[in-house]
Design a protein around this ligand. Sequence first.
Ligand SMILES: [Zn+2]
Length: 141
Amino acid sequence: MKTDKFIKDNNRFTKARKALLEVLKNRHLTFKELHQELSKKGFTNISTLYNNLDFFLKNNLIIEINLDGIKYYDLGKDNPYHDHDSHLHMAIKDPESGETIIKEIDYPEIYDAIKSHPVFKHYHIDYIRILVSAVKDKKNP
Ligand SMILES: [Zn+2]
């Protein structure tokens, strides 16, 4: 089902759920960060967040990106805010602070190349997720 219609037709689409999608626009957040951002908007209930995340994950509106055992949440492929089949993720680690930021890189050619590979000819691809892990090159900034 297309997300626009899904949102319109679903009477369980509460303000807390809308706020959750808003907070994830153009960002990739951990559960803790999600909770912090939603708390600023007045949605402080952890079990509501947990349930809403679960609901969105099941409906493909949100996906998980697992990076070294830490889960980041991102808008899924059926979401109008975010087309997941055209960009890859790059996780950039800062070795000094230990912090990681996730960038999105538009690269539809890679997705087209994968989809047209003969090995997938007799399959329907559910999704393709590409995650590149990198550290900033100090010698070549
Ligand atoms: Zn993303």
